[in-house]
Design a protein around this ligand. Structure first.
Ligand SMILES: [Ca+2]
Ligand SMILES: [Ca+2]
Ligand SMILES: [Ca+2]
Length: 349
């Protein structure tokens, strides 16, 4: 044998002197043949070498393509799609991990991320030559849940009756959020515009105050507003009482019907009832039933039978002392009184 030659391009032949290093990626066909001393050429042989030294490239797309919430947060599930390319041997497999690389899942088709919070998706592909792409990653922040706001009042419960407070009420809000965090708390008083909440405040106005409140998280999820109603009555009702007749001159000392006329008013919580105490200075048991009232003002009449008699030595006359105690719905009371006298000189009328 005289010589062995080879060609990498099928045109230019080189003498073979030792092993040939093929480094170009792609398919390289090596033609080779030998010639003997007589000049006989061997039929040319060839071998094709395929080299792939380059890992595939995987790209990711997210749907929605940009966060649909605020501050880089999604407010919905997102769909992740991967596509990969390899210029030489071709992509053998694409895989992804959503647990920090602990588990790699084969990628077959688009998948959803529905967990709230921050999810890092790692992804990579391997080509048919076994080149593994260095993993890339994308981070998805999802928050689908609005914050929860709670209101606390001081006093914590109405200190008056029937759900009424009898003093100013301090209001504080606190809010929590599952994922992106609370961005802000707002409140609205009696249907007015929303105010940004920074510190506690007091309700000082008498009457019924409706407070709406809600919070928004960093992702832009807005809580459905809640309402708390505060009823404050800081003033007592007014009451007046008169008795007619106020002097009893029955000639035979028999009972006389005395008409009691009362008026009362309470502008805020309204009137609840009026009750009486009747003090007879001789110790007789006397009473007038409690009367239920309603509304912000009332006029009423009651009656009581009073005996028009007195002891003979009662020089200043017999005095019936009638006290009306009016109560408003919040529990405030006021009193008015009327005296009915059986004078000493009743026979001289
Ligand atoms: Ca490759
Ligand atoms: Ca949230
Ligand atoms: Ca009142």
């Amino acid at each position: 044998m005289a010589a062995t030659e080879y060609s990498l391009d099928g045109t230019n032949w080189m003498p073979y002197t030792g092993s040939i290093l093929i480094s170009d990626e792609g398919a390289t066909t090596v033609k080779y043949g030998s010639t003997d001393r007589a000049g006989n050429h061997e039929t040319v042989n060839s071998v094709t070498v395929q080299i792939d030294k380059t890992a595939p490239t995987t790209s990711v797309s997210i749907d929605p393509s940009v966060p649909n919430g605020a501050n880089g947060w999604y407010k919905t599930d997102v769909t992740i799609s991967l596509s990969s390319a390899d210029s030489r041997s071709g992509v053998a497999a694409t895989e992804y991990s959503i647990d920090g690389g602990a588990n790699w899942l084969p990628y077959a088709s688009s998948f959803s991320i529905s967990n709230e919070g921050i999810t890092t998706v790692q992804y990579r592909s391997t080509d048919n030559a076994g080149n593994v792409e260095t993993a890339k990653n994308i981070t998805v922040q999802i928050d689908k849940t609005a914050p929860t706001t709670s209101a606390s009042l001081d006093p914590t419960a109405p200190n008056g009756l029937n759900g009424w407070y009898t003093r100013d009420v301090a209001v504080n809000f606190s809010a929590t959020d599952n994922s992106s965090g609370v961005a802000g708390v707002e409140y609205s008083i009696n249907g007015a515009g929303w105010l940004s909440y920074t510190n506690g405040f007091s309700i000082t106005n008498e009457g019924v105050t409706n407070i709406r409140y809600r919070s928004t998280d960093v992702a832009g999820n807005v809580e459905t507003a809640k309402t708390i109603t505060v009823r404050i009555d800081k003033s007592a009702p007014t009451v007046s009482l008169s008795a007619n007749p106020s002097r009893l001159r029955s000639p035979n000392g028999k009972p006389v019907t005395v008409q009691l006329r009362g008026t009362g008013a309470d502008a805020v919580s309204g009137l609840a009832s009026v009750s009486y105490t009747v003090t007879d200075e001789y110790g007789t048991s006397l009473s007038i039933p409690t009367r239920t009232l309603s509304g912000n003002s009332a006029n009423w009449t009651d009656s009581i039978e009073l005996e028009a008699s007195r002891n003979g030595d009662d020089a200043d006359g017999r005095v019936y002392h009638i006290v009306a105690t009016i109560t408003d719905v919040a529990g405030y009371t006021s009193t008015a009184s009327a005296d009915v006298v059986v004078p000493h000189d009743q026979r001289n009328h």
